[in-house]
Design a protein around this ligand. Structure first.
Ligand code: NDP
Ligand code: OXD
Length: 314
């Protein structure tokens, strides 16, 4: 039984090669390139598949999402009722850790200001440089990615706390749900959003939330860092907040529309770092090995790992 790849504009042949190496002997088919009988497909490995294609596979046993976020899949009303496995992979997790730590340091150590000054050949030290111990970083979403980045920031001295949906014991103070949000925001100088996009989190990064962030911190105002999904953002609100100074800075890796259109006003927003949704790109070979390993274990009678809870949407 074959594995069907639907990788959208993510270089299908590179994925075929990676899966060929990771799962030798298995038939690998690419939707849109190879002809196939839908009844031959047992597994699908997908990134943003066209709606309805998965529903047309009568023998499908599992869907492997080729990224960590499953919002594109969950938006398909015809999605068949089989387990959806998402990516949890060290390679991706570590890349995200690098990006998060870099963004926190960029804003904390005023890199944007110094780059501007450097362009003008100016030697100015306007404000005292706070130490990390005085900066409060709040993670919105304390899942796989945030739990990797948090200890690195803690090792640098930052005060770290987090916000999530369900209470549990963690290494940092965890605020929970709607009731815990206000206190979480009020104690946050740098907000790092690593939430999934679900009906509950859509446009959560809006003017109201920004207005709840700490204004008594050492950075001259709160900072927003988002690598979750563009759909979490109200981009008009974020733009206004950067222009008014309600946000002292921001870093965004994800956008409502990607690629971000060349004439989008966010390109010119003050104190904003834009990266092209590459904070944690998926390494083809690592992901193919992960999926092939899961299939092999599943066929040996073990349960699939990192299965999405459909009722939660992540
Ligand atoms: P996880 O599922 O491990 O963690 C998600 C976290 O969000 C959990 O802590 C969860 O709470 C919390 N959460 C979800 N819904 C809510 C809610 N309504 N209120 C409060 N907290 C909520 O995901 P990952 O850490 O692996 O990934 C997070 C997201 O990062 C992905 O969904 C994806 O969108 C994005 N991503 C972006 C990449 C990029 O390149 N920019 C790369 C990879 C991922 P609880 O712990 O209680 O369940
Ligand atoms: C992911 C991503 O979800 O790359 O893995 O955005």
């Amino acid at each position: 039984m074959a594995l069907l790849l639907m990788t959208g504009n993510w270089k299908p042949e590179t994925w075929r090669e990676a899966f060929g190496e990771a799962a030798p002997g298995r038939t690998i088919l690419i939707h849109g390139t190879d002809g196939y009988d839908p009844a031959d497909i047992r597994y699908a490995a997908t990134w943003k598949p066209p709606q309805g294609v998965l529903a047309a596979l009568p023998k499908l046993e599992a869907i492997f999402n080729l990224g960590a976020g499953v919002d594109a899949l969950m938006g398909d009303p015809t999605l068949p009722d089989v387990p959806i496995v998402r990516v949890v992979d060290d390679n991706l997790t570590k890349r995200m850790g690098e990006w998060v730590v870099l963004q926190v340091l960029i804003h904390h150590r005023r890199v944007l200001t110094y780059l501007e000054q450097q362009r003008r050949h100016e030697w100015i030290d306007r404000r005292p440089q706070p130490i990390a111990e005085d900066v409060r970083v709040g993670f919105m979403g304390y899942g796989v990615l945030a739990r990797h980045a948090a200890p690195i920031l803690i090792a640098l001295g930052y005060q770290v706390h987090a916000w999530a949906r369900t209470p549990r014991d963690t290494d940092v103070t965890l605020h929970v749900g709607e009731d815990g949000l206000g206190e979480f925001l009020a104690g946050t100088d740098v907000l790092v959003c690593l939430l999934p996009l679900t009906p509950d989190t859509r446009r959560i990064l809006n003017a109201r939330l920004i207005g709840g962030l700490a204004t008594d911190g050492p950075l001259g105002g709160p900072v927003l860092v988002n690598a979750g999904r563009g759909g979490l953002q109200d981009e008009d609100d974020i733009l206004r907040a950067l222009q008014s100074g309600a946000l002292a800075g921001a870093s965004l890796d994800v956008f409502q529309t990607e690629p971000l259109p060349a004439d989008h006003p966010l390109w010119d927003a003050p104190n904003l770092v834009i990266t092209p949704h590459n904070s944690a790109i998926s390494d083809h070979r690592a992901i193919a090995r992960y999926v092939a390993g899961q299939i092999a274990a599943y066929e040996a009678g073990e349960p699939l790992q990192n299965v999405v809870a459909r009722d939660r949407g992540y």
